[in-house]
Design a protein around this ligand. Structure first.
Ligand code: NAP
Length: 289
């Protein structure tokens, strides 16, 4: 049994923290907006006033926050988790961050005498709640073995991709494909509706063809119902596409389809739709009458 500090109780973090408690680990949680920690407090978690306070005495420290900026805010500085971490702790960032930010955090962790794993996840709100996440991990095999029982309380598979940063790169590759797929799904349904097809029937047929990834099955009910309660916000998908494009530039790999998709997502952000699910792109392409 481990004592775990968990930082970031958003859509994903809440489910992950819940599963850690369910598996018998003791938990101290921190969230920037403290009201969001109440639900976990009722389940038995301690609530800390800063990432630093949360990290004190923790065997494992996990962050699940929005982006590079948020990750630096919870890990670094006087009130950051690393300032409170005990040497020997395993630090894990499961957010989708840039590989460079993950490597930077790993260096700071090493200076503190801690191991660091970049361990972003695939799966969304439901998979976080059901402990069915898949982890893409970069870092030392040793640290992964120490973290394995904790990761397996939140997920079902661990892929070790290599050194720090490689888990983050795997995640960006996964999401640049997933982002384009979701946009093209919206385009297909928009055309189906405009041409007078029965969109429910089109959706049903689509899920039986070879073009349909599991993602389509998960997203189609929301898309057909124009229900945009966020499982994964447009803002965060736009962020992932932006990080992927930066990697394309760095590595001299053109990513024209990703660039076009990111710009369409940008229009959605400019229209104030960022906090809604990625499927809200339908309102960008085909506003409801
Ligand atoms: P979310 O619901 O928007 O939650 C974001 C979390 O980050 C909140 O706890 C938020 O705190 C915190 N945060 C944001 N800016 C911060 C800052 N400057 N300082 C401190 N904390 C800050 O996001 P999510 O959907 O749970 O996603 C979390 C991460 O997982 C993201 O990197 C996302 O790309 C990735 N991811 C998401 C999904 C998905 O389907 N949702 C799937 C896989 C991976 P407040 O409560 O104070 O705002």
């Amino acid at each position: 049994m481990k004592h775990i500090a968990f930082l970031g109780l958003g859509i994903m973090g809440r489910g992950m923290a819940h599963n850690l408690l369910q598996s018998g680990h003791t938990l101290t949680v921190y969230n920037r907006t403290s009201a969001r920690a109440e639900e976990l407090a009722h389940e038995g978690a301690q609530v800390a006033a800063s990432p630093r306070a949360a990290a004190e005495n923790a065997d494992v420290i996990i962050s699940m926050v929005a982006d590079d900026h948020a990750a630096r805010a919870v890990w670094l500085g006087e009130e950051g988790a690393l300032a409170g971490a005990q040497p020997g702790a395993v630090c894990i960032d499961s957010s989708t961050l840039s590989p460079a930010c993950m490597r930077e955090l790993a260096q700071h962790a090493a200076a503190r005498g801690c191991a660091f794993l970049d361990a972003p996840v695939t799966g969304s709100k439901a998979q976080a709640e059901n402990g069915e996440l898949i982890f893409f991990v970069g870092g030392d095999a040793d640290a992964i073995e120490r973290a394995r029982p904790v990761l397996m309380a939140m997920g079902k598979t661990i892929h070790h991709l290599g050194a720090n940063g490689s888990g983050a790169m795997m995640k960006l590759i996964n999401n640049l494909i997933g982002g384009v797929e979701q946009l093209v799904l919206v385009e297909g349904i928009a055309l189906a509706e405009a041409s007078g097809m029965d969109t429910a029937q089109v959706a049903s047929v689509l899920t039986q063809t070879t073009v349909s990834p599991i993602l389509f099955q998960r997203k189609l009910p929301q898309l057909l119902a124009r229900n945009y309660n966020a499982a994964f916000s447009l803002r965060l998908m736009h962020k992932d596409m932006t990080y992927a494009l930066a990697e394309g530039l760095d590595h001299h790999v053109p990513l024209p389809t990703v660039a076009a998709a990111r710009e369409i997502m940008h229009i959605g952000l400019a229209q104030g739709l960022g906090e809604q699910d990625v499927m809200v792109l339908r309102e960008v392409l085909q506003p409801a009458k």
